[in-house]
Design a protein. Structure first.
Length: 233
């Protein structure tokens, strides 16, 4: 009985407002902080770390578990509050097979840095990611993933951004690794919890510096992509 109920629930979640079967199971937009506090080495660690996280065994298996009902992914970078401070690195890509996943990660690995604003506009980054996800109306689950190594200091404050009820915003905070303990990272995570994340099941993952980014992002992706577990018990 429980198993049948879960199957019925999944079928219901796959139906968007128009009642037509969705063509994807989740839309996931990832926003990467490239503000002035992120140097060239850290920029490379962030993009390569995200690519490696997508290629990890567990994430690959999760993404490719249902090719007919795929996850769609978009990646953008952000810094200041002006429009030119945001750039789409990977436009919406349905991860239908290994070729699609490999193309996504190759794109990340080959991307080179361009000039970006020195300030940190988290509110503007949220608005941009929300607009991207608004395009994916046939996906029953829409998730925005914001990475950052500092609090907002320009543009609209993130806590003042009104988010639609269909979105979940998660955060990945990046701090310095000082013997595995960083009070500033704790403070930044608390800031994200209070002002950035929102929606069903929203959470903050932490990265002990950019060298830890791959591990933290892998853990975060697995949690975001986790589906309902069917049980006959």
């Amino acid at each position: 009985m429980v198993k049948l109920t879960c199957i019925a629930l999944i079928s219901a979640l796959a139906l968007p407002a128009g009642g037509v079967m969705a063509q994807c199971r989740q839309a996931l937009a990832l926003g990467l902080d490239v503000s002035g506090s992120v140097d060239t080495r850290e920029y490379r660690l962030q993009l390569d770390g995200l690519a490696a996280a997508f290629q990890s065994k567990e994430v690959r298996e999760t993404l490719l578990s249902d090719a007919g009902f795929p996850v769609r992914v978009a990646v953008y970078e952000w810094s200041g509050s002006r429009n030119f401070n945001r750039r789409i690195l990977v436009d919406w890509t349905a991860i239908t097979d290994e070729a699609a996943l490999n193309a996504l990660t190759s794109r990340l690995q080959s991307t080179t840095r361009r000039a970006a604003g020195p300030s940190t506009a988290l509110g503007a980054a949220i608005e941009f990611g929300t607009a991207l996800l608004a395009e994916q109306t046939d996906c029953p689950k829409r998730t925005l993933d914001i990475s950052g190594d500092g609090t907002s200091n320009t543009g609209p404050r993130p806590q003042n951004i009104v988010s639609p009820n269909w979105i979940t915003i998660n955060g990945l905070t990046i701090g310095e690794n000082r013997a595995g303990f960083d009070p500033s990272l704790q403070e930044l995570s608390a800031y994200f919890e209070a002002n950035v994340i929102r929606g069903p099941g929203a959470f903050v993952e932490t990265s002990l510096g950019f060298t830890d980014y791959e591990r933290a992002m892998t853990r975060k992706l697995l949690r975001e992509l986790q589906g309902l577990a069917l049980s006959s018990s």
